[in-house]
Design a protein around this ligand. Structure first.
Ligand code: SF4
Ligand code: SF4
Length: 245
């Protein structure tokens, strides 16, 4: 992922080419939803977002959430390092009053939650079994059973002024329009091989902490998984909190 200087080039390119307007037009094709606001879905974790959505979110944080930078960066750092080993992690953008601090720029994944029928939502592998095996085999890091066996449930409390759920293909088509914008920032083979969908805190930490963040992540995860402590995490939280957007 891009480092800060390149990030600003990417922001300039997105603005010059009206990509944020294109993104908003895709969002506008989703129906407005209402729900009971229990925040169960946000407690489950931070969902994946395209790179162009991250740029949109970064711009919003920079321009409209200056008073919350430290708090958000601290929570996002913890989430980035511990999401797979600490059962207490939740989306770092969730406020104490159960609202989303970046609601205006929340990603497509959050906007489209609740728009599929139960049957469509529950189709496919949504668990962490495969990833848990990989982390144990390669790094001897134990992902807690509570996380392995947890799945984001379908929510029946979302209303959106239509009597029919959206088709999976409709949502996939809209997501593909956003994905196309990402292809203007990265080589096609990188997009095909690795994808550009990452949770916002992961995009953000790749910018804030640089390219070694992923390698250091395994050490911090292992410390927490083996001892339940966060000593190795402290300097990364301090560094992240000093970041200037
Ligand atoms: S979509 Fe459902 S789970 Fe999420 S906040 Fe609304 S009611 Fe709660
Ligand atoms: S970005 Fe906002 S809406 Fe999405 S999971 Fe986080 S707090 Fe919830």
């Amino acid at each position: 992922m891009l480092q800060p200087v390149e990030l600003y080039n990417a922001l300039g390119k997105a603005e010059q080419n009206n990509f944020f307007m294109t993104l908003q037009k895709v969002y506008d094709q989703l129906p407005e939803t209402t729900c009971s606001g229990c925040a169960t879905c946000c407690n489950w974790g931070s969902p994946p977002a395209f790179f162009i959505e991250y740029l949109n979110m970064y711009k919003f944080l920079r321009d409209q959430r200056k008073d919350h930078w430290q708090e958000i960066l601290g929570k996002a750092t913890e989430y980035f390092y511990l999401e797979l080993v600490d059962t207490g992690q939740k989306c770092p953008f969730l406020n104490e009053n159960k609202s989303c601090s970046i609601y205006e720029v929340r990603p497509f994944t959050c906007r489209s939650y609740g728009l599929l029928s139960k049957k469509d939502f529950e189709t496919g592998d949504r668990g962490l079994q495969g990833m848990a095996r990989k982390f144990w085999d390669e790094y001897q890091i134990k992902i807690p059973d509570e996380l392995i066996n947890s799945e984001l449930s379908w929510c029946d409390k979302v209303s959106f002024g239509k009597d029919k759920y959206l088709e999976k293909t409709t949502l996939a088509g809209l997501a593909a329009q956003i994905g196309k914008l990402d292809c203007t920032f990265f080589p096609q083979d990188l997009v095909d091989k690795e994808g550009t969908l990452l949770p916002y805190p992961v995009h953000l930490m790749n910018t804030v902490l640089g390219s070694g963040a992923r390698a250091r992540k395994l050490k911090v995860m292992k410390e927490f998984s083996d001892c339940g402590t966060k000593e190795l995490l402290k300097p990364f939280v301090e560094k992240a909190c000093a970041f200037q957007f």
